[in-house]
Design a binder for this molecule. Structure first.
Ligand code: HEC
Ligand code: HEC
Ligand code: HEC
Length: 406
């Protein structure tokens, strides 16, 4: 064979091989996975898109216009770190009807795919208006142009944006157990752990969504006080204030206002519960995504905010009045024996205080009775109860506290 023919043949072999490998990679990397995804999508997707309200649709355009997608993704990957922090991984069908996609490419802020119901409206407004008033070290820009000068005066644009944020993850959540069953079947998850991670437990929703009840793990006994102070400064002082008085920079527009941690005694259970579940119906987020050692450090920090004090005793001639006033006016919400489980409790947007696990100071208790708690069903009693009656019942609710449940 002459040298020229050999070279010519080598070209031929190389071109044929090149074309073959090209076709093979298109097949393996493009066509084949797409078939799998199409089959999955066909099996799992609801027939019709959930559809956005007009407001949410306008909000979506604002989300695009303001460049939220430059910092926030809307795609949760099949990675342990993604799933524990943001929830169930994004399935192909979820964004099938979502065009143009707002998946994003960089995560400077957290993923927002499962934002629905994780934060209260007042939290979102205060945060959009001035992110650092709520999250001390946030680098998110503020969007004051969407407001009339204050976080509690949102313009229609801010409301639209909120409606859009509240739609994120809802379709997946509504797909419910049936959707889960299909997803499991169609899931191409190679290892069992992935399958479990993706589809077991409180799936669909954001892992740190606030809850009103449920199991709370026991927190470790030993605590790191320095860590507690650091965490409090970074995550809590923005709302509860540096001394726990509930007067942080983010507090002003929140309804109800952040609790006054300095004027309470809390049982261990109450603190663990408030941190693990958040306080549903308020801006208090859940902190379940933090390690238990951090939560323990935080409970110690919160406890240290309240200085022990001597409280005056109830004047003896008022002893019977407290019980009577309580049974007549308070038991339907706060429960006959003060555990917060009155007959009307479940219908309220937030849980009435359980006085067994949290004891307000006498001052605080009286102040609440006179003024009520703005933004909650706890109405003011000034005018409806006499001065003695208020004093008596303010003492009365304090007596439910169980030292033992600490
Ligand atoms: C420069 C990057 C950047 C841009 C642009 C941005 N964000 Fe953020 N965002 C962040 C960071 C960082 C955080 C985490 C700290 C915090 O909560 O403020 C965050 C947090 C959030 C959160 C809270 C999420 C959670 O689970 O705690 C929401 C909701 C949010 N952003 C919505 C928006 C919206 C809506 C827009 C557009 C109007 C937007 N962001 C634009 C960086 C950004
Ligand atoms: C976005 C503002 C905000 C942040 C940040 C925040 N809280 Fe709260 N917190 C609230 C609100 C609002 C309530 C509800 C008050 C009520 O029920 O009246 C609350 C309630 C609580 C309660 C229950 C108190 C009670 O009297 O019912 C505890 C305990 C608590 N927060 C601790 C913390 C700790 C610790 C942190 C930091 C990890 C923190 N909070 C971060 C706003 C916030
Ligand atoms: C309609 C239901 C309802 C009735 C009736 C009601 N409360 Fe409340 N109360 C609540 C709710 C809900 C809260 C929780 C507010 C919060 O977490 O900020 C609350 C909070 C309180 C607090 C503040 C607790 C704290 O630790 O900050 C006190 C004190 C209190 N109630 C006493 C009473 C007394 C005494 C009566 C009867 C005279 C009464 N309440 C009647 C629903 C009710």
């Amino acid at each position: 064979m002459s040298a020229g023919r050999a070279v010519g043949k080598a070209y031929l072999v190389a071109s044929v091989a090149g074309v073959f490998f090209f076709a093979m990679s298109v097949g393996l990397l493009g066509v084949w996975p797409r078939r799998i995804i199409d089959a999955q999508t066909a099996a799992m997707s609801p027939a019709h898109p959930l559809g956005l309200s007009d407001s949410a649709r306008r909000g979506r355009a604002i989300y695009g216009r303001e460049g939220c997608a430059y910092c926030h993704t809307q795609q949760i990957r099949y990675l342990h770190t993604d799933m524990t922090r943001f929830g169930a991984p994004t399935l192909a069908w979820e964004t099938r009807f979502d065009y143009p996609h707002l998946w994003g490419t960089r995560r400077i802020g957290p993923d927002l795919s499962r934002t629905a119901d994780t934060r209260s409206a007042d939290w979102h407004f205060a945060h959009l208006f001035a992110p650092r008033s709520i999250v001390a070290r946030s680098v998110m820009p503020s969007y004051q142009a969407l407001f009339d000068g204050a976080p509690d005066r949102p313009r229609q644009e801010a409301r639209d944006l909120l409606a859009y944020l509240e739609s994120l993850g809802r379709a997946r959540e509504l797909a419910g157990p049936e959707g889960e069953a299909h997803a499991r079947e169609a899931c191409n998850c190679a290892d069992d752990e992935m399958l479990q991670m993706a589809f077991d437990g409180p799936v669909n929703a954001h892992p740190a969504k606030t809850r009103r009840s449920g199991e709370v793990p026991a927190l470790p006994e030993s605590v790191d006080r320095t860590r507690g102070q650091e965490l409090y400064g970074d995550h809590c002082a923005s709302c509860h204030g540096p001394t726990g008085a509930g007067d942080g920079p983010g507090a002003a527009s929140l309804r109800p206002r952040p609790g006054n941690l300095a004027e309470h005694e809390y049982s261990d259970r109450r603190l663990a519960e408030a941190l693990w579940h958040g306080v549903a119906g308020t801006a208090m987020p859940a902190w379940r995504d933090y390690p238990l050692t951090d939560l323990a450090a935080l409970t110690a920090r919160v406890r240290a905010l309240a200085a022990p004090r001597e409280e005056p005793a109830l004047p003896t001639h008022l002893t019977d009045i407290g019980a009577r006033v309580y049974a007549a006016n308070c038991a339907q919400c706060h429960g006959v024996d003060g555990d917060g489980r009155g007959s009307a409790a479940d219908a309220l947007p937030m849980a009435p205080t359980n006085f067994h696990t949290q004891r307000p100071t006498l001052d605080h208790s009286l102040r609440i009775l006179r003024n009520g708690v703005d933004g909650t069903p706890m109405a003011p009693w000034n005018g409806r109860l006499g001065v003695d009656e208020m004093l008596a019942v303010a003492h009365y609710v304090r007596a439910f506290f169980e030292e033992g449940s600490r």
